[in-house]
Design a protein around this ligand. Structure first.
Ligand code: ADP
Ligand code: ADP
Ligand code: ZN
Length: 222
């Protein structure tokens, strides 16, 4: 069982790499952003509370996301190990995660920080789109489907773009990242869990680097 965190600013490539790790190693991808968007779409109470906060590019309350993760980690599919993508995002969330894992006799094997220059994030975010059927991520500039309008993975022909993926909201999200999330890099370094990879390389090269790091962690099989 291997449990890891992917850390990095919005658009760094966390979701892209989490999906690849999941396919390769069978770990479950736990994206709080995806879970919150699903709650918004379903109109649940959590969704109603999160919708406007997300549209503004601010962080949803610690209480809400900790609750979501705590519940999700108990599911049987997480026994094989999980990849946290977009959680924790605050020191309070990181502390809560520690307590939560300890209480469930689980642990973290490593934290992979994906380092990307701020100037690169706008293009990544502005060009991001996703297959509506299977969730495969694409980019207008960096990762177009092999056949225009057709998903490489599932053949789907419908794609979606996120309401918060615009330059204006990105500024708020970046500010939230530097104010609240970036301190986690030092936090996990001090715990001896931090591994940084160069996220400026192309997707395959970043994957190779992530695989190299995973190879150094106990419990991950090829
Ligand atoms: P990105 O792919 O840009 O990193 P996410 O999909 O992870 O974005 O998150 C989208 C939005 O969902 C965030 O801007 C925030 O409002 C909310 N969100 C997701 N995860 C968390 C979290 N752990 N804590 C607080 N808010 C979160
Ligand atoms: P995050 O989950 O960190 O917000 P994503 O994985 O959704 O980031 O990636 C953001 C956008 O950038 C997507 O459109 C994705 O296809 C693209 N992308 C991801 N990794 C790279 C990379 N190494 N080089 C160029 N574009 C990338
Ligand atoms: Zn698809």
């Amino acid at each position: 069982m291997t449990n890891i965190i992917l850390l990095g600013p919005p658009g760094a490539g966390k979701g892209t790499q989490a999906r690849r790790i999941s396919e390769r190693h069978g770990l479950v991808q736990l994206s709080t952003g995806d879970m919150l968007r699903a709650a918004v779409a379903a109109g649940t109470e959590v969704g109603l509370r999160a919708k406007e906060v997300m549209e503004r590019g601010e962080l949803v309350s610690d209480e809400i996301v900790i609750g979501i993760i705590s519940e999700r980690i108990d599911a049987p599919d997480c026994e094989k190990g999980f990849i946290l993508d977009g959680f924790p995002r605050t020191l309070a969330q990181a502390d809560a995660l520690d307590r939560l894992l300890a209480a469930k006799s689980k642990w973290l094997d490593g934290v992979i920080e994906i380092r990307v220059d701020d100037e690169a994030l706008v293009a990544r975010i502005a060009g991001r789109f996703t297959c509506a059927k299977c969730g495969e991520g694409y980019n207008d500039t960096f990762k177009r489907p092999k056949v225009d309008g057709v998903c490489d993975k599932c053949g789907g022909t419908e794609f979606s773009r996120r309401a918060d993926d615009n330059e204006e909201t990105l500024r708020a999200r970046l500010l939230a990242y530097y104010k609240e999330t970036a301190p986690l890099i030092g936090y996990y370094y001090a715990k001896g869990l931090l591994h940084s990879v160069d996220g400026m390389a192309d997707i395959d090269a970043v994957s190779a680097e992530v695989e190299r790091v995973l190879g150094t962690l106990a419990g991950v099989s090829g």
